[in-house]
Design a protein around this ligand. Structure first.
Ligand code: HEM
Length: 465
C-alpha cells in the first residue's frame, strides 16, 4: 500500500511538472498575431511527433489549426505553411526578408560561401557562376558526353547479379558529378573522396555540437578532408598549367569569364554542386526503378522510347541533346516519380524581420517550413493522385508549367540543376532499361519520411535484356 502511495505521488508530481513545462512553453511563445498551433516541450518542441508521424502530424495539425500553424521542430520555433498560395508568395519574395533557413549544421559543413548561406547580390553572383557551369550549351558540349561515358561503365557488368539499387544510385549520383567536376582526375580521388562525402552528408542534418564521435563532428572533419583534397587538386592543376574541359577547369579559368571566384568560393561551389544533386538524383533514380518494376505497362512504354533511340545509333554513339529532347516519356516518368514519392517535402526559410503573412504576424528570426508535399496529392491538380501515371505529364504545357509545381522549388532559388539532374536520370534509365530486366528480391522496407530511403537497401535481381 505504501509503495502504491509513493508511486502515485511520483506519478502525480511528474504529471504536474510535465503539464507545467508544456504550459510554460506555450505561454513563452504566446504572442499576439501568431498563427494557432502548439509548441510542445521546451527545447525539443514537437520534433519527436514530427519525425515519428511525419506527413500525418502535418495533416492532423492542419485539420486542427488550418493551413498555417506554429510549432517547434528541429530546435526552432517554426511556422508551417501548407497553403499553396502562401508557399508560392514566400518562394517568390526572398527580397522581402524571407531568406533560406537551413540548419546550422548544414551551413557549417557546406561552407560559408555555399549558395544557401548567401543572400542578395552575393547569392546572385554565386548563382550566376553556377549557372554558367551548367548552361544548356555546357550540358550539350561537355556534361552530357561525360555523363554518358560514366553511365556506360557504371551500368556494365550487372548481369546475373543481386544489386542494391539504392547503393548503386547513390554512387552514381556522386561519382557522375565528381567526373563532371574533375574530369579524369576524378578517378584518382574518388576512392578517398566517397567515404568522406558520405560522412559530410550525414553531418549536415545533425545537432551542431562538436563532440567527438557525433555525426556533426565527423561531418566537420569530412569537410576539412574534402577541402584539402580539392585544394591540392587546384594547386596541382595550377602548377601543371594544363587546361581541363570540366567544371573545375571552367571555375579556375574564371579570370576570362564574368565570374571570378576565390579558391575558397570555388571549393564551396563544388561542395554545393555535389551536395545538391546527390540525394535528389539518387533517390529519384532509385524510386523510378521501384515504380517501373511495379508498373510493367509504364516500363514497356519507357523501354519502347529508349529502344527506338538505340536503334538509330551505333553502339559507341553517346546519348546527345537531340536524344535527350526526344525522351518525352522518360521526362514524364521522372516528374511522376518525384511527385508520387515526394523526394523533396518542402524547403526552409527564415524571416530577417518581423512581418505579416496571411494576416499573421511572424516574429524576426522564426523559421518557415514551406511544406509542399500535400500539393503533390491534390486531386484537383492530379486526377487519382495516388496512382503512378506518367502519361498525365505528357501535355507539357499544362502540368509542368502550373503555378503549384514545387518539385524543383520556386522563385529566385528554383533549382538551377533541374535540367542537369533530368539529363543524368534519363541517361541512367536509358542504359538500365535497354541493357537489363530485373525483379525485386523482396522484403526490403521503404521509408517515406523525413526522407525517402530503404534503410537496409533495395535489392534487385538483374539479368540481361
Ligand atoms: C531530381 C533532381 C533534383 C531535384 C528534385 C532538386 C530539387 C531542388 C529544390 C526543391 C531546390 C530549392 C531549394 C530551396 O528553395 O531552398 C533546389 C535548389 C538547388 N539545387 Fe536542385 N534538385 C535536383 C537536382 C540538382 C542538381 C543535379 C544540382 C547540381 C547542380 C542541383 C543544384 C541545386 C542548387 C545549387 C540549388 C540552390 C539554388 C539557390 O539557392 O539559388 N540540383 N533543388
Amino acid at each position: 500500500m505504501a509503495f502504491f502511495m509513493v508511486f502515485l505521488v511520483i506519478f502525480l508530481l511528474l504529471l504536474c511538472i510535465s503539464s507545467a513545462l508544456l504550459r510554460w512553453n506555450e505561454v513563452r511563445y504566446r504572442k499576439k498575431g501568431l498563427p494557432p498551433g502548439t509548441m510542445g516541450w521546451p527545447v525539443f518542441g514537437e520534433t519527436t511527433e514530427f519525425l515519428k508521424q511525419g506527413p500525418n502530424f502535418m495533416k492532423n495539425q492542419r485539420a486542427r489549426y488550418g493551413s498555417v500553424f506554429k510549432s517547434h521542430i528541429l530546435g526552432c520555433p517554426t511556422i508551417v505553411s501548407m497553403d499553396p498560395d502562401l508557399n508560392r508568395y514566400i518562394l517568390m519574395n526572398e527580397a522581402k526578408g524571407l531568406v533560406p533557413g537551413y540548419p546550422q549544421s548544414m551551413l557549417d559543413i557546406l561552407g560559408k560561401c555555399n549558395i544557401a548561406a548567401v543572400h542578395g547580390s552575393t547569392h546572385k553572383y554565386m548563382r550566376g557562376a553556377l549557372l554558367s557551369l551548367i548552361s544548356p550549351t555546357m550540358i550539350r558540349e561537355q556534361l552530357l558526353p561525360t555523363i554518358d561515358e560514366f553511365m556506360r561503365i557504371h551500368l556494365s557488368d550487372w548481369d546475373n547479379k543481386i544489386i542494391d539499387i539504392q547503393l548503386k544510385t547513390k554512387e552514381m549520383a556522386l561519382l557522375s558529378s565528381l567526373k563532371q567536376i574533375a574530369g579524369s582526375d576524378s578517378s584518382t580521388i574518388s576512392q578517398a573522396f566517397m567515404p568522406e562525402f558520405f560522412k559530410l552528408v550525414l553531418g549536415t542534418l545533425s545537432l551542431p555540437i562538436d563532440v567527438p564521435g557525433t555525426n556533426y563532428s565527423r561531418g566537420i572533419q569530412a569537410r576539412k578532408n574534402i577541402v584539402s583534397m580539392l585544394r591540392q587538386l587546384i594547386e596541382e592543376r595550377r602548377a601543371s598549367k594544363e587546361t581541363h574541359q570540366d567544371m573545375l577547369g571552367c571555375l579556375m579559368k574564371s579570370e576570362e569569364s564574368r565570374y571570378k571566384l576565390t579558391d575558397e568560393e570555388i571549393i564551396d561551389q563544388i561542395i554545393t554542386i555535389l551536395y545538391s544533386g546527390y540525394e535528389t538524383v539518387s533517390t529519384t533514380s532509385m524510386m523510378a526503378v521501384k515504380y517501373l518494376h511495379d508498373h510493367p505497362r509504364v516500363l514497356q512504354e519507357l523501354r519502347k522510347e529508349h529502344l527506338a533511340i538505340k536503334e538509330k545509333k551505333r553502339p559507341e554513339d553517346p546519348i546527345n541533346l537531340t536524344d535527350l529532347k526526344s525522351m518525352c516519356f522518360t521526362r514524364a516518368v521522372i516528374f511522376e516519380t518525384s511527385r508520387l514519392a515526394t523526394i523533396v517535402n518542402g524547403v526552409l526559410r527564415k524571416t530577417t524581420e518581423e512581418m505579416e503573412l496571411n494576416g499573421f504576424v511572424i516574429p524576426k528570426g522564426w523559421r518557415i517550413y514551406v511544406y509542399t508535399r500535400e500539393i503533390n496529392y491534390d486531386p484537383f491538380l492530379y486526377l487519382e493522385p495516388l496512382s503512378f501515371n506518367p502519361w498525365r505529364w505528357l501535355d507539357k504545357s499544362r502540368l509542368e508549367s502550373q503555378n503549384y509545381l514545387f518539385i524543383f522549388g520556386g522563385g529566385t532559388r528554383q533549382c538551377p540543376g533541374k535540367e542537369l539532374g533530368i539529363a543524368e536520370i534519363s541517361t541512367f534509365l536509358h542504359y538500365f532499361v535497354t541493357r537489363y530486366r530485373w525483379e525485386e528480391v523482396g522484403g526490403d522496407a521503404l521509408m517515406k519520411f523525413p526522407r525517402v530511403e530503404a534503410p537496409n537497401g533495395l535489392h534487385i535481381r538483374v539479368s540481361s535484356y
